[in-house]
Design a protein around this ligand. Structure first.
Ligand code: BTN
Length: 247
């Protein structure tokens, strides 16, 4: 991964550029990376705050030969890869909050957005968008999110070399993607669960039409969160915002 690099000092969103380049045939492993995004996007149509020169804002185009329904697991594969990279570079361990957030001290340090381009039940490309808050000070975050967001610098007390972090992320992304493609999700799932702050905890899941509360007991091989409700029923959660609850 990262043999072909497209660098932009500023752009609207690396995710948009990568989608366009993928449609135009950019090869597997293409990295689109920028210093600043004017329209960074997150999951569920949210905006993603992408301060200039302080973060890692990147999108990677991959073209695995898998069925489209296996694509969402790349979010979980990426979460493990980025956690490993952060651990190698800073010595600190982030926690994974299902499905796509990495937290430090309970605050979000990284978001992942995976988008699929498929045709006739074949994956054309998967675009893995990664946003890591790296060298921001607290004041760089809008007051409304200061209690929710953090950066590696805030948590570790030292400036982090961004190119080194990007190289490590690509290294682990390649490693864990290959494991996933060759051996399936099981080995990744074990790693994911070991870094997770969700499994074994009581959570509230806000779905489109309802809110469920219960204990997160695991994820399936498809990356679906298993929630055990108080009456014992187990529900599979495919997409939701989740919050840890104290009881
Ligand atoms: C989320 O937490 O909802 C996902 C955030 C993903 C942000 C990254 S930054 C690089 C790439 N370009 C974007 O516009 N979004 C992703």
């Amino acid at each position: 991964l990262g043999q072909n690099i497209m660098y932009y000092p500023i752009c609207d969103s690396t995710q948009n550029i990568a989608a366009e380049k993928a449609r135009e045939g950019a090869p597997h492993g293409t990295l689109v990376i920028t210093e600043e995004q004017t329209a960074g996007r997150g999951r569920l149509e949210r905006s993603w705050d992408s301060t200039a020169n302080k973060g890692v804002w990147m999108s990677v185009i991959i073209r695995p030969e898998i069925s489209p329904h296996l694509a969402p697991q790349f979010t979980l594969v990426s979460a493990v890869a980025i956690t490993k990279a952060i651990e190698d570079i800073t010595g600190c361990v982030a926690e994974i909050k299902w499905p796509n957030d990495l937290l430090m001290n309970g605050k979000k340090v990284t978001g992942i957005l995976t988008e699929l381009q498929a045709e006739m039940d074949r994956v054309q490309s998967i675009i893995i968008g990664i946003g890591v808050n790296v060298n921001q000070e607290v004041e760089a975050f809008d007051v409304s999110i200061q209690s929710l967001a953090t950066s590696l610098k805030i948590e570790t007390g030292s400036e982090v070399n961004r190119p080194e972090l990007v190289a490590k992320i690509l290294y682990y992304l390649e490693k864990y993607s290959n494991i996933y493609i060759e051996s399936g999700f099981e080995p990744i799932k074990l790693l994911w669960e070991s870094y997770s702050c969700t499994i074994g905890k009581r959570i509230r899941a806000s779905l489109l039409k309802e809110t469920l509360e219960g204990v997160a007991i695991g994820i399936t091989n498809e990356g679906v969160l298993q929630l055990q409700l108080d009456d014992g029923e187990i529900r599979g959660i495919y997409s939701a915002d989740i919050h840890l609850v104290n009881k």
